[in-house]
Each structure stands twice: as C-alpha cells, then as structure tokens.
Design a protein around this ligand. Structure first.
Ligand code: G3P
Ligand code: MG
Length: 242
C-alpha cells in the first residue's frame, strides 16, 4: 500500500511547500499530493486555497497577484518560525524535484466555476507536467470531470466526495472509466470492503483521502486499498503489512 503525503508532510512542515515535499525524503515516503492554482499573470503555483490568507503572511485572491508579488510572500511563518522564508513554489520547481529524486507526486487540479480559468489551468498544467521525464512518477487528480477529460495524455484519478459516492456509486464508477482514469480517490467515510472490491473489479486503483488515524489506516490496508493520502505519513510507517 502506498502512503501519499497530503500537501507534502503537512503535519510536520507548512503544506504545499518544498520543505513539506522534501520531508518525504527524510521519512522514506515516496509519494506526495499537492494542489495547484493559477495566478493573475498565468503563472502556475502550488497552493490549496484560492487566496493567500490562510497559508502566507499576505492576503488577497491569487487571481489578483503576479508571480513577483506571490513570490514575496512568506509561506512558512504561519506554521512555525523555523520555516520562515519558505516561498510559494512554482509547479516547475516540483517538476525539477521529481526529475532529480526518487519522489513521485499526485498533482490535484482544483475545481473552478470559471470556464476561461479552467482552460488556462488545463493548458498550463499540461504544458508544465509534460516536463516530468518519467511519467509513471506523476498522477493527476481532480474533482472536475472536464479537467480530467482534457488530461488524457497523463495518468489520471477521479476525486470524489463521500456524498457523491453514496448518491450514485455506479455512476461514479462509470464516469471514472469513461474518463480513462487509472484510479479513484474517494473520501474516507464512503469506503468499505464492498466499495473497494467493486472499484478493483472495475480495474481502478483506490487511493483514499484524508486518513490520519493509524487504526483506520490499518483497516484500509486490510481492505486492500492501494494508497492512503495522509497528513501524517510518519504515523503509518509501522503499519502491520504482513
Ligand atoms: O487529493 C485529496 C485531497 O487533497 C482533496 O481535498 O481539499 O485537501 O485538496 P483537498
Ligand atoms: Mg488536494
């Protein structure tokens, strides 16, 4: 079972920063998940929220910022003084990390209501992500089926909330297959042995988010899930996998 560090090792370092990704190397964790957002000047940066407020010392919509402005923000101080001066990474820096280490990544493309923004996001992600030399090290996920339908050159995963799985289980499976996804990424409280079996029968890998409890992680391992997306990979290195 793969352990996938959510936003990097986000319990030990500021989420979605190079420090959080490099922490994977310290722990011996091969995979990390991260999110990307587009700035006003079409630069693609690594950030979960669409504003700078929560995870930097700045404020405001990313869509109103240039890269030069975003790069001046401190993305680590909010987490702890030892991470002062951590910057918002560019996607190209993460691509460099994948090309120069054994690390692998799950890139999440956030949902947006704005079709023009979505077009620009898909174009920028496709262009930059194609720079990953070994594409087996990259998995692109999204809640947005339109985004996934335009990412056919990449391995993709369909992200689904628990309420969506519960409302239309078979529809979700069919949609993932129609989109050519290799994996489904369900929210943890929609996942049990029957669901895992059905997803596997459909040929989909199953990576569950966001699992932070070790006993729960053991249950998912015993169900045969393929991966766990977690803020706390350091707690899962001693799971009973015999
Ligand atoms: O990819 C799993 C998880 O990251 C999806 O939700 O909001 O943490 O990006 P969020
Ligand atoms: Mg995410």
């Amino acid at each position: 079972m793969e352990i996938i560090a959510h936003r990097g090792v986000s319990s030990l370092a500021p989420e979605n920063t190079m420090a959080a990704f490099v922490k994977c190397l310290d722990l011996g964790v091969q995979w990390f998940e991260f999110d990307v957002q587009l700035l006003g000047d079409a630069s693609l940066v690594v950030m979960h929220d669409d504003t700078a407020d929560r995870t930097t010392n700045g404020t405001g919509q990313l869509q109103d910022m240039s890269f030069d402005e975003a790069r001046r923000l401190d993305a680590g101080l909010w987490f702890g003084p030892e991470y002062r001066f951590e910057r918002i990474p560019e996607l190209t820096t993460v691509v460099d990390l994948l090309n120069t280490t054994a690390l692998c990544a799950n890139l999440e493309v956030k949902y947006t209501q704005n079709p023009q923004l979505r077009d620009s996001l898909v174009e920028a992600v496709s262009r930059i992500a194609s720079g990953v030399k070994d594409q087996s090290k990259l998995l692109i996920s999204s809640f947005d089926p339109t985004v996934l339908s335009r990412m056919q050159d990449f391995a993709t995963a369909f992200l689904v909330e628990a309420r969506t799985v519960r409302a239309d289980f078979h529809g979700v499976v069919q949609r993932a297959l129609d989109l050519g996804c290799v994996a489904i990424h369900p929210e943890e409280d929609s996942v049990g042995p029957a669901q895992v079996q059905a997803w596997h029968d459909a040929g989909l890998k199953v990576n569950v988010w966001t699992v932070n409890d070790k006993a729960r992680a053991q249950e998912f391992y015993d169900m045969g899930v393929d991966g766990l997306i977690t803020d706390r990979p350091q707690d899962f290195l001693s799971l009973d996998t015999n």
